[in-house]
Design a protein around this ligand. Structure first.
Ligand SMILES: Cc1cc2nc3c(=O)[nH]c(=O)nc-3n(C[C@H](O)[C@H](O)[C@H](O)COP(=O)(O)OP(=O)(O)OC[C@H]3O[C@@H](n4cnc5c(N)ncnc54)[C@H](O)[C@@H]3O)c2cc1C
Length: 505
């Protein structure tokens, strides 16, 4: 397949080969067959002997938008994946040991002025000694703290899910295969390149069979067999900004409430997650190997989880960074094969879904035009960099001085793009969301304020509201949210009624 222009209307890219059957592989195959099924042939190659990474169970609300596009029935999907609701993330010990805040998926308060976001009014009230906690003005935070959930009007929260990753890939497979995706079980031995164009011609399996295609989607995980190994697209390592490079993970029996949020509990060399599902918990200890051994991480994880471990913990090494290009010649890498930002804000599945959506929008029916690839790669890079900055923020904006890890994170040089945002926030209290950026203004405000970075200034429009009016309006808003949450069923009652889990394996 050449990168030259073809007559308009001629369809040259018809055979799509997805290499890998983890979350990325099945998300890609399902989305392609659902949206472009009549126009293309889709083959997925995976190796059960190699298996999948087995983590990736916390999501963000864009996941729901992607499922809506794919017309996936929500309750059925939640039952099949033993899903629970996620209204945000609880952060403990990040600003200082003992601190706690929620980064909710919803918005704070109400937009009272086009000039300034709600948090400016809240900062003004706080400076005068009233207003209470910012979280009290966010439905998702209040519902999360109360373990409540409802989809009933007048106001349903913004939410995502906690899912069983293995069941999710299986659920997608059960949609994709009947819709026409051909699955081949087998190990890819080599990637055959065209000697003239350098494009991928075929995957050669251990069995000796060849799988030919026009477009190859590399979903082989960290191995990046096609884009990285065969096509030699370099990995750009962001490890100097994000020091965590390892995790030990273990599943455990549920013990305690299925809280509708992920927990991210910082420790001296990273953080620990708890992801509650309907039938078990997912747990993991993320750490920087420079500051903690895997044996210590494993022992700490086992001593800190609340339920009984269901298996032995497994160790995962990773690098934060991205491939120099996500799409090169006739190969696009999605999921871990294309890049990874450590899992603190659960952004990996979002990134792959955003990229698949773009692929469908800009599918290269007529060949691999360099302008299309450059447009696609530019968007992917922007998305990765915006998320990277948001993750660095959590590590950098801290007052912790109790370990070498935190001293380094606190004092390290950060990307210019983040320095500029921080400077603007500190002077003016202004946060912003770039076009196509995942994290919203309220996300930036939640982390900055949650980690004690109070700005020196805020928009003076807040002073134009008479103080008594501001007091009354804030009190009314809090009462309204508390009233709504009081009427919601518990998270468990919601799950039982809406999407009771299918029996565990
Ligand atoms: C510690 C950790 C925690 C994470 N937590 C989250 C989270 O909470 N939320 C989130 O969104 N993301 C999270 N992620 C990321 C998430 O796990 C991945 O984005 C997601 O699982 C997709 O992985 P994948 O499909 O790209 O790779 P994998 O799951 O590794 O799948 C790779 C596939 O390629 C196949 N394969 C590889 N080599 C060959 C070969 N030679 N022949 C044939 N087949 C082959 C494998 O069999 C497998 O099917 C986390 C990642 C890590 C490391």
């Amino acid at each position: 397949m050449q990168s030259v222009r073809q007559p308009v209307g001629e369809r040259l890219v018809k055979r799509v080969v997805v290499a890998g059957g983890g979350t990325a592989g099945w998300v890609t195959a399902t989305a392609l067959v659902r949206h472009l099924g009549p126009l293309i042939d889709i083959t997925l190659v995976e190796s059960e002997a190699i298996g999948t990474i087995g983590v990736g169970e916390s999501t963000v609300p864009t996941f729901r938008g992607f499922h809506n596009l794919m017309k996936i029935d929500e309750a059925g999907f939640m039952s099949a994946t033993q899903a629970t609701v996620k209204l945000g993330i609880e952060f403990r010990n990040w600003g200082r040991i003992g601190d706690r805040y929620i980064h909710p998926f919803g918005t704070y308060g109400r937009k009272w002025s086009w000039m300034a976001d709600f948090h400016h009014f809240w900062l003004h009230a706080s400076a005068r000694g009233f207003g209470g906690a910012l979280n009290d003005y966010c439905l998702e935070s209040v519902a999360g703290e109360a373990d409540r959930m409802s989809l009933a009007p007048p106001l349903a929260p913004s939410y995502a899910y906690h899912i069983d990753a293995a069941r999710y890939a299986r659920a997608l497979r059960s949609l994709a295969e009947p819709a026409g995706v051909r699955r081949i079980e087998g190990k890819i031995r080599t990637v055959e390149l065209n000697p003239e164009s350098g494009f991928i011609d075929a995957l050669v399996l251990d069995s000796g069979s060849r799988v030919e295609g026009d477009l190859f989607i590399d979903c082989t995980g960290f191995r990046s067999l096609l884009l990285g190994e065969a096509l030699g697209v370099a990995f750009e390592d962001w490890g100097h900004w994000i020091r965590t490079d390892s995790a030990v993970a273990v599943q455990s029996t549920s013990n305690g409430p299925e809280q509708p949020y992920t927990s991210a509990i910082a420790h001296e060399a990273g953080w620990r997650w708890r992801i509650p599902l309907q039938h078990r918990d997912g747990n993991g200890f993320v750490f920087a190997s420079e500051y903690m051994s895997s044996d210590e991480a494993c022992a700490r994880l086992l001593s800190e989880i609340s339920g009984e471990p269901l298996f032995d913990p497994w160790l995962i090494r990773f690098k934060t960074g991205t491939r120099a290009k996500a799409w090169h010649k006739n190969c696009l890498a999605l999921g871990l094969a294309g890049g990874f930002i450590e899992p603190l804000e659960s952004t990996s599945i979002h990134l792959m879904m955003a990229a698949v959506t773009r692929l469908i929008e800009d599918f290269p029916f007529q060949g691999f035009d360099p302008a299309l690839l450059s447009y696609f790669n530019g968007k992917s890079r922007q998305e990765f960099e915006n998320i990277r900055d948001f993750i660095i923020l959590h590590y950098h904006v801290t007052e912790r001085e109790d370990s070498g890890f935190w001293n380094r994170c606190r004092t390290m040089a950060i990307p210019d793009s983040l320095s500029e945002r921080l400077a603007l926030w500190e002077e003016t209290g202004r946060a912003y969301q770039l076009p196509h950026e995942l994290f919203r203004i309220d996300s930036w405000a939640a982390v900055l304020l949650g980690q004690r970075r109070h700005p020196r200034g805020y928009h003076h429009v807040a002073e134009m509201m008479p103080e008594q009016t501001l007091r009354d309006e804030l009190a009314r808003m809090k009462r309204e949210i508390a009233g709504l949450v009081d009427r919601m069923p518990s998270h468990r009652e919601f799950l039982n009624a809406y999407c009771p889990a299918e029996a565990p394996d």
